[in-house]
Design a protein around this ligand. Structure first.
Ligand SMILES: Nc1ncnc2c1ncn2[C@@H]1O[C@H](COP(=O)(O)OP(=O)(O)OP(=O)(O)O)[C@@H](O)[C@H]1O
Ligand SMILES: [Mg+2]
Length: 293
């Protein structure tokens, strides 16, 4: 490419980023619009965080995902509901590289082809995943768990503990506040309640500052109060991160969608319905396969 073409391209990208930024509530700052990209960095200037097209996964001939297509926007909080076996967890397995689909396309931002990356590479570029069972270091304190999460590479962990920078300490402080565990910072993680362990694990994900967070049944086993606090936490992350939340707890989904956000219903490996929670709950097909059981 010639220098003037490159300059022209840069100008066009900056103008595009400015236009996009004007369209978002945060002025786009939190979604990282309006700055130039480094090579290999995901490109979110088109406003799309995750794009799945016709993803199919078969296990011994049974299609766990069947031409599943889904788009999640930058900064969006999307709830996915659907009956047991609908393919919700399998979808997350495909996004994170744990399962390779037989067919279809999966992009992070508009340029990163997820199907070409390994599981660690996908975590590295900014996709964080929370499994249902909390996996924290039980014998370490809450603070130490967050500290360790700063270094994705286990080998770097040993040398990290003795030399935290001011910015890293600040980030741990911010995350402790976000996950409601500031008062528990020195507590041994194994002594936390189930809900607190879940928050700690979310905090550990946040230490890596992922652009996209995948959360599989995050409030399973939580008390009502913990569930409400988790909804507040996710709502505070919306905008700065894109979130895909799989849940069966309709009260929680209601809190997250606040009556207007789009919900996706999966059934037999594809999208059965999409729309506001109240609308999909009134959808005959959805009632038949899921809610009416
Ligand atoms: N590794 C595997 N081998 C064979 N079948 C599998 C495998 N993983 C998932 N399945 C099947 O694929 C289908 C989708 O499973 P998946 O776990 O994605 O559903 P789900 O929507 O997450 O359900 P739940 O709400 O119960 O968590 C199920 O029928 C399941 O038995
Ligand atoms: Mg599941």
């Amino acid at each position: 490419m010639t220098p003037d073409l490159m300059e022209e391209g840069t100008k066009r990208m900056q103008a595009y980023a400015r236009r996009q930024a004007e369209r978002t509530a945060s002025g786009g700052r939190s979604a990282s619009f309006g700055r130039l990209l480094k090579v290999g960095e995901p490109d979110f200037t088109h406003g799309v965080a995750l794009y799945l097209e016709d993803i199919t996964v078969s296990f011994d001939g049974f299609k766990a995902l069947n031409a599943l297509s889904l788009t999640v926007n930058v900064g969006e909080l999307r709830c996915i509901i659907g009956p047991n076996g609908a393919g919700k967890t399998t979808m997350m397995d495909c996004i994170t590289g744990k399962t390779r689909p037989d067919a279809g396309r999966a992009f992070f931002g508009s340029t990163i082809d997820l199907l070409r990356l390994t599981e660690p590479e996908i975590a590295q570029i900014g996709i964080g995943r929370k499994f249902q069972k909390p996996t924290v270091y039980e014998e370490l304190s809450v603070f130490e768990n967050l500290e360790l999460a700063l270094a994705a590479d286990r080998r770097a962990r040993a040398s990290l503990l003795s030399r935290l920078s001011g910015a890293q300490l600040d980030r741990i402080g911010e995350v402790l506040t976000l996950i409601h565990l500031r008062a528990e910072a020195q507590r041994t993680a194994g002594l936390l309640s189930h809900g607190q362990k879940q928050w700690l694990e979310i905090g550990m994900l946040l230490m890596q500052d992922p652009k996209l967070l995948l959360l599989d049944e995050p409030v399973a086993g939580m008390t009502d109060e913990e569930t409400e606090r988790t909804a507040e936490l996710f709502l505070s992350l919306e905008g700065q991160h894109s979130l895909v939340v799989v849940e069966h707890d309709m009260k929680f989904v209601e809190l997250l969608t606040q009556g207007h956000k789009k919900v996706t219903v999966l059934h037999e490996g594809s999208v059965l319905a999409e729309g506001r929670l109240a609308d999909v709950q009134a959808n005959d097909k959805v009632v038949e396969v899921y809610l009416g059981r």
